[in-house]
Design a protein around this ligand. Structure first.
Ligand SMILES: NC(=O)c1ccc[n+]([C@@H]2O[C@H](COP(=O)([O-])OP(=O)(O)OC[C@H]3O[C@@H](n4cnc5c(N)ncnc54)[C@H](O)[C@@H]3O)[C@@H](O)[C@H]2O)c1
Length: 362
């Protein structure tokens, strides 16, 4: 490891966005640090670097092989073994893609150093931690983004606009499904202490976020939740993680949300992904095509007629990150819409609380 770790060029304990560094009228490219260079961290790093809109200033991973591989491809970046050393660099922002249970602490540390943050989902395991992170971003007035990447699938922003304009009428029910024939193969995903949770925190968080975001965060309460592991009821004192989750939630307007998600699912395809809105004047659906993890269709329906809002091909996967980076370059200031993440986190936390056992780790 020691021959891999390159010291950052600037060890100053201040962010590069320090007012003293800014030359009026000169727009500089933000200096970014990337924490966690595993599967998604590396994919997002490469996608963002390819835009040319950011400087890859620092890389950090506790795994020497992952760090070495990234350092080879980004020779100008400082290569470091963890969060603390990364935050010693003069950075404008940090992109976090470490195991889920670490996100809140690392995001908080970065924000407290004055860095903007883009964090993989989930931002936190508990609502209290999520709120602490968002409050830190508000206090530092730094941009906080979370990789709720499906918000950026082609047609999703249009669907949101039309739902909020009332085209579907009164929403009566929302069906949320994400069954994955596989499961993450990283060992940390099967340890509650490290991952914070299983399929619910991996897949269910996306669905809950989408349902809330599409309706501009209505008040929602949990009615019931049941989790399973290997077919047996799961409780939170299990050191492993759940692989099947079902939940029923109720919106303040009376609408019922039904959520189901799982790993190792038997659905005859790689994945079954679906969000269906049932309204009094119309319906809408987001669905994966032919079992794909990447190809989606979005439609708005009135009676038997269907209007397609989005369809493949659509390179959506890094869009949330590239949009965040564009805002970072523009001014990088706190966006209060980040508070919405706390509500989804609270609902997921409530589902774990419902099945009993130990308190969720924070
Ligand atoms: N937005 C999405 O749809 C999406 C998709 C996949 C994964 N994710 C999320 O991304 C995160 C990472 O998932 P992954 O599949 O890339 O996992 P991964 O195991 O492949 O990558 C995690 C990386 O973090 C490194 N790491 C662990 N602890 C560290 C520390 N303290 N400091 C520095 N590096 C550390 C590991 O060595 C590893 O390289 C998870 O939270 C997951 O939920 C989100």
């Amino acid at each position: 490891m020691s021959d891999v770790v390159r010291a950052p060029l600037d060890q100053a304990h201040r962010p590069a966005n320090d007012a003293a560094c800014v030359v009026p009228g000169v727009r500089k490219v933000p200096r970014l640090g990337f924490l966690g260079l595993g599967w998604i961290g590396r994919a997002r790093l490469d996608a963002l670097a390819a835009t040319g809109g950011v400087e890859v200033a620092a890389l950090a991973d506790s795994n020497a092989a992952s760090l070495e591989a990234a350092a080879r491809d980004y020779p100008g970046a400082a290569a470091l073994d963890g969060c603390e050393r990364l935050l010693e660099c003069a950075l404008d922002a940090v992109v976090i893609a470490t195991p889920s249970g670490q996100h809140a602490g690392q995001a908080l540390a970065a924000l407290q150093r004055g860095c903007a943050v883009f964090c993989q989902k989930p931002l936190a395991v508990t609502a209290a931690d999520a709120a602490r992170v968002v409050q830190a971003a508000a206090t530092a007035d730094r941009l906080l983004g979370v990789d709720y990447c499906y918000r950026e699938v082609q047609g999703m922003p249009v669907l949101r606009r039309r739902v909020l304009d009332g085209e579907l009428g009164h929403i009566v029910a929302v069906d949320l499904v994400f069954h994955n024939a596989y499961a993450p193969d990283q060992s940390w995903c099967r340890e509650r202490r490290l991952a914070g949770g299983g399929c619910l925190l991996d897949l269910g968080v996306h669905l809950v976020d989408l349902a809330l975001w599409l309706q501009d965060f209505p008040r929602v309460e949990l009615v019931d939740a049941t989790l399973y592991r290997n077919g047996a009821p799961y409780r939170c004192d299990d050191p492993g993680t759940e692989d099947f989750a079902v939940a029923v939630l109720r919106q303040a307007n009376g609408a019922t949300l039904r959520l189901a998600c799982s790993w190792h699912a038997h659905t005859g395809r790689d994945a079954l992904i679906e969000l269906v809105l049932h309204g009094t004047r119309g319906g809408a659906a987001w669905r994966n095509v032919n079992g794909s993890f990447y190809d989606f269709e979005i439609e708005i329906c009135h009676g038997t007629s269907r209007e397609l809002l989005g369809a493949p091909p659509d390179d959506w996967s890094a869009r949330a990150l590239t949009r965040w980076a564009a805002r970072l370059a523009a001014d990088g200031r706190f966006d209060p819409s980040a508070w919405g993440v706390v509500q989804g986190t609270a609902l997921i936390e409530a589902m774990y609380a419902r099945v009993g056992g130990a308190e969720p780790p924070s």
